[in-house]
Design a protein around this ligand. Structure first.
Ligand code: FES
Length: 101
């Protein structure tokens, strides 16, 4: 095993997992997560961050919020729940240093 030649400065994992309506864990992040994922993909490209900030759609991250979606940041950046598209915009602002952390 060896380190990959290309590595991001930050990788954002966005849950878009879907479960059936009868699941005791809820229906999952599903469409809410997919909306956040698609917005982050568009905005990282538009802001010229796509090479350094990778956005990856995932299955369940284990926190299963009832609203918004779950999102995890690489390099020990933490796991977040209840993430909305507006939160995603703010996250990219923070990454670019436009707002304080
Ligand atoms: S379904 Fe998204 S964190 Fe579990």
């Amino acid at each position: 095993m060896q380190a990959a030649r290309f590595q991001p400065q930050l990788q954002i994992f966005v849950c878009a997992n879907e479960r059936g309506a009868d699941s005791s864990l809820g229906t999952g992040c599903g469409a809410r997560g997919r909306a956040v994922f698609e917005q982050l993909k568009r905005d990282t490209a538009r802001r010229g961050l796509a090479v350094s900030v990778w956005v990856t759609e995932t299955k369940c991250l284990g926190v299963c919020p009832r609203e918004g979606c779950a999102l995890a940041l690489s390099h020990g950046g933490g796991v977040f729940e209840g993430v909305t598209c507006e939160d995603a915009r703010g996250l990219l602002d923070r990454i670019e240093g436009k707002t304080p952390r």
